[in-house]
Ligand binder design. Structure first.
Ligand code: MN
Length: 232
């Protein structure tokens, strides 16, 4: 039996436009491992794994349908933004997802951060997919009804371009639990128009870029590395 009643989940289901057949599955989707360990129940981790893959697929399909002429590198940078913790946790906040999360520790002690919200958002979509009897078309349509316009308008306004360093770090943390390292290779040019060359590296991958400031060169090198890593 779910901890929360069907009534309590109703506002969430209304926002999604989807009513779960299996409320236990919905509850599992919202069960953080801190709670799961305390109570000996299943956490959302497997559903998150599934939802992550689903959201990747749906986002890529939205992007290539809307921007058929975009280069792969550009699509990769867009995708990295739309599957990022930043973006997904904002969608989770729109759903008020934090309110429904089951977390462990003394009441209020466990802090629900953006990372947990993003993960719970992914697991929610994994759970929807399972709950529909693995109906990919339905799940994809539901997701697109809710978020397609937002994704497209943010992509068009180039809002995803803001911060390549953050996007890259998220990707490498996820892939290898490592952070990229930035190193100034050279500084040249006269005082008033310096040229900075920066190398960004992680594992045995490296990208070089130049810019008129250290910050600009770092951002560009992060962008290059981000594009490289998408092909792995
Ligand atoms: Mn995740």
């Amino acid at each position: 039996m779910p901890v929360l009643s069907s009534e309590e989940y109703k506002p969430l289901e209304d926002k999604l436009g989807y009513t779960f057949k299996d409320k236990n599955l919905l509850e599992q989707a919202l069960t953080h491992k801190s709670y799961a360990i305390e109570k000996g129940v299943k956490s959302y981790e497997t559903l998150e794994f599934l939802g992550d893959a689903l959201i990747n697929l749906i986002i890529v399909d939205i992007l290539i349908s809307e921007f058929p002429n975009a280069k792969e590198g550009e699509l990769a940078v867009m995708k990295a933004f739309f599957v990022s913790e930043d973006f997904l946790s904002a969608l989770a906040e729109d759903l008020d997802l934090g309110k429904y999360l089951l977390v462990g520790g003394k009441k209020g002690k466990f802090r629900i951060n953006a990372s947990i919200l993003g993960d719970a958002f992914e697991s929610l979509w994994g759970a929807i997919y399972i709950d529909t009897g693995r109906d990919l078309n339905f799940t994809k349509s539901l997701f697109e009804n809710l978020y397609k316009n937002k994704v497209i308008s943010m992509a068009k306004s180039q809002e995803y371009r803001r911060d390549y360093k953050t996007l890259l770090q998220e990707l490498t943390q996820k892939k290898w639990k490592e952070r990229p390292v930035y190193r100034i290779v050279s500084v040249s040019g006269p005082q008033h128009s310096r040229v900075f060359e920066v190398e960004c590296s992680v594992r045995n991958f490296r990208a070089l870029a130049v810019g008129s400031s250290k910050k600009e060169a770092e951002q560009l090198s992060a962008k290059r590395l981000l594009e490289m890593l998408q092909d792995l």
